[in-house]
Design a protein around this ligand. Structure first.
Ligand code: HEM
Length: 403
């Protein structure tokens, strides 16, 4: 398929106010031909029902290898065209979001035990301890909550779980920022550093198991070193970048909504619903990973040909008026009444649904609740700017006054 793209996801009109920008696209066509973040063209899917249909369709794949049309370019060729050195390809190919079907299930199962709700519940006291230490350390009246609270918390929790020593967290922070900023000239050396670091860590855990997730991973005979490295890289990045920006977006939303804060103060049992609702209305992941049609499909009445790229917009689907009665307003009580079954896709949908969802919910609940309980007058100092990224809803900083 090709015609003129209806929308360019890099258009400043979309990036400056993505929700209103996507409102327009959604109202016109929940499935339309668009210019995508990498400059190529493909289908953009913004409707809630359509996004869920795409993400759960077995005929939609993350790996385009072997597909006709644009998908004929393999993942490897796409990475090489971006200047990726061939020695990095095995790790990128082994990443959970690059795999489909049985290969994906095998790798996901190898770590899923660590992310179940009951195991994650045992981490709650430690999360509370880290949160309390960080809040104790917020000495001055004005702080950047993103860098002084959200990032350090998200980094500490995922690194302790996986088994990354504290001395190395600053490197991960730097690497994560380079990858999100997306400058190809800096990404390649950064990936090289990360892969070399992770190989050394895998070797150390093989020699000396330490009771962390990585020690369990390297003890599994059917996992290779490449699998282990790819898992560490993906988990630490997914576990801190998305989490930090979720916390920052959600903290800001709460600061701006005294009625919802009052409701949570009066009925603290609503916190889990609040977290779900804040991810729905202002989640950090705007675009899911690019997918490809593996067969001819029809989505929302539009014909999509085998091989066509398909980009779903989670942020738009989460505010689709066809699905949500108050699409743009966070309504904690409404969310509580729906018990998480209202069809929001902030954590994805289908086989790649966020593996860290239980952990993310515990972290968010403990972090946000402790913040507003400890500092009831916390408020933004300035209007925080967006990072102009098509893929994520990230603030540059979140400067607040605590008292
Ligand atoms: C509020 C914070 C978070 C949000 C909003 C979020 C969102 C998402 C989304 C939207 C996806 C699906 C992407 C796609 O299908 O293209 C995803 C996948 C994933 N997330 Fe999260 N995530 C969060 C926190 C975490 C944390 C804390 C971890 C782990 C420590 C984690 C681990 C993963 C993994 C491993 C996948 C890939 C699953 C797979 O491919 O099978 N996430 N996440």
């Amino acid at each position: 398929m090709s015609s003129e793209p209806v929308v360019d996801v890099r258009d400043p009109a979309v990036l400056d106010d993505p929700m209103r920008g996507y409102d327009r696209v959604l109202a016109e066509a929940p499935v339309c031909w668009a210019r995508l973040p990498d400059g190529g063209e493909g289908w953009l899917v913004t409707g809630s029902a359509e996004v869920r249909a795409v993400l759960s369709d077995p005929a939609v794949r993350n790996d385009p290898t072997g597909l006709p049309g644009q998908g004929a370019q393999t993942q490897e060729e796409a990475f090489l065209a971006l200047g990726t050195p061939p020695e990095h390809l095995p790790y990128l190919r082994a990443s959970l979001l690059s795999l489909d079907g049985a290969e994906h299930t095998r790798l996901r199962r190898s770590i899923s035990h660590a992310f179940g709700a009951s195991r994650v519940a045992t981490l709650r006291p430690r999360v509370q301890e880290i949160v309390d230490e960080l809040l104790d350390g917020l000495g001055s009246e004005t702080v950047n909550l993103l860098d002084e609270y959200a990032y350090p918390l998200a980094m500490a929790v995922v690194c302790e779980l996986v088994g990354v020593p504290e001395a190395d967290w600053a490197d991960w922070w730097r690497w994560g920022k380079v990858l999100v900023e997306g400058d190809p000239a800096r990404i390649t050396p950064t990936l090289g550093e990360m892969f070399a670091y992770c190989h050394a860590l895998v070797d150390r855990r093989r020699a000396e198991p330490a009771g962390d997730l990585l020690s369990e991973v390297v003890a599994q005979d059917d996992l290779t070193d490449v699998d282990a490295v790819a898992l560490v890289v993906f988990l630490v990045l997914a576990g801190h970048e998305t989490m930090a920006h979720m916390l920052s977006n959600a903290a800001l939303a709460l600061m701006r909504d005294p009625a919802q804060r009052e409701l949570l103060r009066a009925e603290p049992e609503l916190w889990p619903a609040a977290v779900r609702e804040l991810v729905r209305t202002d989640g950090p992941v705007q675009l899911a990973r690019l997918r490809y049609a593996a067969a001819d499909l029809e989505v929302g009445g539009v014909k999509i040909s085998a091989g066509d790229p398909v980009q779903v917009v989670l942020g738009a689907a989460n505010r689709d008026p066809a699905q949500f009665a108050h699409p743009h307003a966070a309504d904690v009580r409404w969310q509580a009444e729906h018990g998480g079954r209202e069809g929001s896709v902030g954590f994805g949908w289908g086989p790649h649904f966020c593996l860290g969802v239980a952990l993310a919910k515990v972290e968010a609940e403990v972090a946000l609740r402790s913040l507003v309980d400890r500092f009831p007058a916390v408020r933004p100092v300035t209007e925080p700017a967006w990072v102009p990224l098509p893929r994520g809803r990230h603030r540059v900083a979140l400067e607040v006054r605590l008292r």
